[in-house]
Design a protein around this ligand. Structure first.
Ligand code: NAI
Length: 330
């Protein structure tokens, strides 16, 4: 079976080759992202494997259907970049609902600690034999309040880590977990009471720009914002304004709304066209990583294993438990 694998990176190729060995799969790895211009590369393939910044809109999907593609295998948890409404009844979409929630939760915490303990500054200073501590004062997480938006797999791991630090955890979820000991509150309470806010919900119509100008006005002064979920949860201009007015004390961003043409590639030596991102990166209290939170050995192996199993199961049985359909998503 031929699989057209888009937006491939060396670490993807390594993990997928290892898992696919001996399974009679012919994976064609393409560096380019999938969109309506590149869909043609899937000619002769029964399956297309795509990632978070590929464009699976109606035009692209129609081209894939015309080429005879029978399955879309997303090698990620999120599917906000797939037009599921269009896919319904035409082409099945499978995904990797969970690989290592620890990878993302631990990255969120790594960013938070780096930011509030100024590790990014200290690292550069000591490399230059500058051992001064001036300007590196942080704050204890112990006793602080953290607001967690989205209490699914990653949110839960993040909450457990925060509890280990002795933090007071407030939670918000549109679909709160039943019979849990989580302290669910309203979104307004999250905004008003939290010293740290971390987003772990999917990008949907409800959560698009969930943090906007109006919400920035409600935040506790000095709050640290963490987003490892999807960039468009945050209105980046409102975030920037909140930082400039000192309302927001720190931002840790692994995702960015306009990331698709930038993240996962080396753009050093190029002029950054995105003024908002350039300004955010220039801030001393903003840390940006380029959608790196999933990148651990365990997660890569989990992604490759589940994706290959999804594909094999679908073509063997005509169904797959990891199919995502517009009718059964939250
Ligand atoms: P999950 O499906 O286990 O949990 C998501 C939670 O969000 C659920 O409890 C759900 O009820 C809740 N939710 C849904 N709509 C909501 C709303 N309107 N407001 C508040 N909560 C809402 O998903 P998981 O595995 O925890 O992943 C969370 C997100 O993390 C994914 O949607 C994806 O966008 C992101 N992600 C980022 C990665 C990275 O490398 N930066 C890697 C993997 C996932």
């Amino acid at each position: 079976m031929k699989i057209a694998f888009f937006d491939s990176k060396p670490y993807d190729i390594e993990s997928f080759k290892k898992v696919a060995e001996g399974k009679d799969l012919n994976i064609k790895f393409y560096e380019t992202k999938l969109n309506s211009d590149t869909a043609e590369l899937a000619k002769g393939a029964q399956c297309v494997c795509a990632f978070v910044n590929d464009t699976l809109d109606e035009e692209t999907l129609q081209k894939l259907l015309d080429l005879g593609v029978k399955l879309i295998a997303m090698r990620c948890a999120g599917y906000n970049n797939v037009d599921l409404e269009f896919c319904k009844g035409k082409i099945p979409v499978v995904r990797v609902p969970a690989y290592s929630p620890y990878s993302v939760a631990e990255h969120a915490i790594a960013m938070l600690l780096t930011s509030i303990r100024r590790i990014h500054k200290a690292y550069i200073r000591t490399k230059d034999f500058n051992f001064s501590l001036n300007g590196l004062t942080g704050f204890d997480l112990h006793g602080r309040t953290v607001g967690v938006v989205g209490t699914g797999k990653i949110g839960r791991c993040f909450i457990d880590i925060c509890k280990g630090f002795g933090m007071n955890v407030l939670c918000y979820d549109k679909f709160p977990a039943k019979n849990s000991d989580l302290n669910y509150v309203t979104l307004d309470e999250i905004w008003e009471k939290s010293d740290v806010i971390s987003f772990h919900c999917p990008l949907t119509e409800d959560t698009y720009h969930i943090l906007d100008e109006e919400v920035v006005g409600k935040l506790k002064k000095g709050v640290a914002i963490i987003n490892t979920s999807r960039g468009a949860l945050i209105d980046a201009e409102a975030l920037l304004e909140g930082i400039k007015t000192r309302k927001i004390g720190a931002a840790c961003l692994d995702v960015y709304e306009e990331e698709s043409d930038l993240f996962f590639r080396d753009a050093s030596g190029h002029i950054l066209e995105d003024d908002v991102l350039a300004r955010l990166i220039s801030m001393p209290n903003v840390i940006v990583t380029s959608h790196q939170a999933f990148l651990t050995e365990e997660a890569l192996e989990g992604i490759a294993t589940t994706t290959v199993n999804n594909i094999l199961t679908y073509f063997k049985t005509g169904k797959c438990e990891n199919e995502v359909c517009i009718d059964n998503i939250k």
